[in-house]
Design a protein around this ligand. Structure first.
Ligand code: C5P
Length: 309
């Protein structure tokens, strides 16, 4: 058999940008993790993850489409790499349970090349790394028969955003990120995502936040999402926005620039920043605003797109 025969067909998956419609900080666990109540949706903008099986060893290649201050790591600090390791372990355990020789088959299941084409900025609050990792788990475990609950719990150890990225659809997210309840968005939402040329570290933002806890997302807002999503989002908050603007003032400038754009109904930060999201009246207004902002701010990453229902 030739090498080409043994390699098999490549499999692809888009790892979409995760957008926080709301992020309420409602408490803190004894281990320091914050208890959150978030509403999350996914954009039609994302990285592209490809798994090419075969070749004997396991490799991670990054095809970076952006210029960044720091290169995307290709070692274990990359969540995609850690997701590969987790997928290998879960496959091995599963096959071991079937008495097929866990170690040998587990290792064989990881022979291949993972290529991540990076379109999303890092340190951005839109879950780039988490979404890549979720895509890796889906690609490598689609035929492994792992229970969703098991996958969610195991994935949470890679990062608090992993469970919702695995869900990949609009959801309410509670706990530290492990409780996922699907929600209905009344319409696909035209948006402009703006990463203002510098990233923020999630632990640094949580640490700098004033230690106060706010109210949860009210059920009436969840109902409102199904009718007029932007009005519902306008009644909610991102409790990390003020802190992010304080430690990285360009976040505030990006919010103001979006708010001043024609057709922008609302602008909010996503996650722990630094990406901000403008909600637009229609896709044409979003495209025009993105083009105008990009002309004014050459160092910013600016994309028009749609949040999927
Ligand atoms: O889970 P993840 O690696 O994304 O979290 C990074 C850091 O962000 C944590 O170590 C913690 O400091 C903070 N964090 C938190 N509460 C959460 C999620 C993250 O305090 N729910």
């Amino acid at each position: 058999m030739s090498t080409a025969d043994r390699r098999g067909a490549p499999r692809h998956r888009i790892a979409p940008a995760k957008v926080n419609l709301a992020l309420h900080v409602v408490g803190r666990r004894a281990d320091g993790y914050h208890l959150l109540d978030m509403l999350v949706a996914f954009a039609d903008i994302g990285d592209r993850v490809t798994w090419q099986p075969g070749g004997g060893a396991c490799r991670l290649d990054i095809e970076d489409r952006l210029e960044r201050p720091e290169p995307v790591p290709t070692n274990t600090s990359n969540l995609a790499w850690r997701a590969l390791a987790l997928a290998g372990r879960l496959r091995a355990n599963r096959l071991g349970a079937n008495r097929l020789g866990a170690n040998r088959l587990g290792a064989a299941s990881l022979a291949g090349t993972l290529t991540v084409r990076k379109e999303l900025p890092s340190g951005a609050g839109i879950g780039g790394g988490s979404s890549d990792a979720a895509a890796v788990l889906r690609l490598l475990l689609e035929d492994a028969g792992i229970a969703e609950e098991t996958l969610r719990i195991e994935a949470l150890a890679l990062g608090a955003d992993l469970p919702v990225c695995l869900a990949g659809r609009p959801a309410r997210v509670e706990g530290i990120g492990e409780r996922i309840t699907p929600v209905t968005l009344g319409a696909a939402l035209p948006v402009v995502l703006v990463w203002p040329g510098a990233g923020l570290s999630t632990p640094a933002v949580f640490k700098a936040r004033r230690p106060e806890f706010e109210d949860a997302v009210p059920d009436v807002a969840i109902d409102g999402l199904g009718r007029d999503p932007v009005t519902a989002i306008a009644g909610l908050r991102n409790d990390l926005e003020e802190t992010a603007c304080r430690i990285l003032p360009v976040v505030g400038r990006a919010l103001s620039a979006l708010q001043a754009s024609a057709g922008c109904r609302l602008a909010r930060m996503s996650g722990s920043g630094s990406t901000v999201v403008g909600y637009f009246a229609d896709p044409e207004a979003a495209t025009e605003a993105a083009a105008r902002l990009a002309a004014d701010m050459p160092g910013w990453w600016i994309r028009a797109g749609t949040l999927q229902v």
